[in-house]
Design a binder for this molecule. Structure first.
Ligand SMILES: [Zn+2]
Ligand SMILES: [Zn+2]
Length: 388
């Protein structure tokens, strides 16, 4: 099963969908135009059922195979949302909306899954049901969770679920995956350190929240070096430090800190959260200051189940001749994790070649990826639900 010939024929059409979506980027749940286009095309393809409004603006298409002897149902997922970035690709089809841009390639994912849906609805060469899932709000809005909470898995009887993301730095036409954690859990924290403000020349009359915050920023780095097993992955980053003053001679009353914690193991995540709170409260208390901490769990770990990862790699290998199974996990996060928490499945990278990284203003999805990605989506359905 190399690249399916049908996708070579469909390439101009799929590319046109991709570039149209690229030209009309929409953020988070506001993917109204994109979702309407997806739903309209799925109906044109002759999907057996098209449902809009799952997870607010998510779209689901159902395609019945030629037979249904084994009662199998496979879900395939793409994301539809763009990013708040000013585009610098210079492409003829660049964003028509300044400040919004498809800088993560979700335009490509959506177009490839549409291509696979068209092919599957034409051929139906499988035993069971394919469910194509188009989600909103991957970029920080937890659209995957919103669809899961709307009953996505139960309503369509999904038994396994597969997702794909393009990845710069991996050659076009090749794939990469690993069993177990693929992407990190991403949590956020806000800290408000309250001291006692006053004249900078009289620090002994103050409790300086700047000094306390500086010690907190340094102190919580001991979590990675002295709390977590050195063989386990962890990131603790303070990314924002702000006082309410902007002066040279005032010790402020408060300092606020913002940051992120990234982990690949739920036990490490629990440990880091507990240790972070204890250190921050302890450091503040040692100086007579007060620290209020708001720790919020974000996207969970994207966890590939071993058997389904093996199947995903087999299909990728058949298409491209290679699939790198030795890649390291990434400390970025991905909200397909909410779907993988519900059902076994896998999330695979498909190479975008030597391009700018995702989320960069010069990034662009490479349309040469389309035949490979669309073949993989369609191939997963045919391989996991072979026609009898
Ligand atoms: Zn992204
Ligand atoms: Zn993305």
């Amino acid at each position: 099963m190399p690249v399916k010939n049908r996708f070579a024929e469909l390439l101009p059409e799929i590319t046109a969908w991709r570039q149209d979506i690229h030209e009309n980027p929409e953020l988070l749940y506001e993917v109204h135009r994109t979702a309407a286009k997806v739903a309209g095309l799925l109906r044109d393809f002759g999907c057996d059922e098209v449902v809009e409004g799952i997870g607010r603006t998510g779209v689901v298409g159902v395609i019945e195979g030629r037979s249904d002897k084994a009662g199998r149902v496979i879900g395939l997922r793409a994301d539809m949302d763009a990013l708040p970035i000013i585009e610098q690709t210079g492409a003829a089809y660049a964003s028509k909306t300044p400040g919004k841009m498809h800088a993560c390639g979700h335009d490509g994912h959506t177009a490839m899954l549409l291509g696979a849906a068209k092919y599957l609805a034409e051929t139906r060469n499988f035993d069971g049901t394919a469910v194509v899932i188009f989600q909103p709000a991957e970029e920080g809005g937890a659209g995957g969770r919103a669809m899961v909470e709307d009953g996505l898995m139960q309503r369509f009887g999904i038994q396994e679920v597969y997702g794909m993301h393009n990845m710069p730095g991996i050659p076009v036409g090749t794939f990469a995956i690993r069993p177990g954690p693929m992407m990190a859990a991403a949590d956020q924290f806000d800290v408000k350190v309250t001291g006692k403000g006053g004249h900078a020349a009289k620090p002994h009359d103050c409790i300086d929240p700047v000094l306390v915050s500086a010690q907190i920023v340094v102190g919580i780095q001991s979590i990675a070096s002295r709390t977590v097993d050195p063989l386990k992955e962890v990131v603790v980053s303070v990314c924002t430090v702000k006082t309410e003053s902007d002066s040279y001679n005032v010790i402020p009353q408060t300092v606020t800190l913002k940051g992120t914690v990234r982990t690949l193991d739920p036990k490490v995540q629990d440990l880091v959260e507990a240790r972070l709170k204890a250190l921050i409260e302890g450091i503040a208390a040692a100086h007579g200051a007060k620290a209020e901490i708001d720790y919020r769990r974000g996207y969970p770990v994207t966890m590939n189940t071993p058997e389904e990862t093996h199947h995903a790699a087999e299909v990728a290998r058949a298409i491209s001749g290679g699939c790198d199974m030795g890649i390291a996990p990434m400390m970025g996060a991905e909200d397909f994790s909410f779907m993988l928490n519900e059902r076994p499945g896998a999330y695979i990278f498909t190479g975008n070649g030597d391009t700018a990284m995702v989320h960069h203003p010069a990034y662009n999805f490479d349309d040469n990826v389309i035949p490979f990605g669309a073949s993989w989506y369609a191939g997963m359905v045919e391989a996991r639900m072979p026609a009898g």
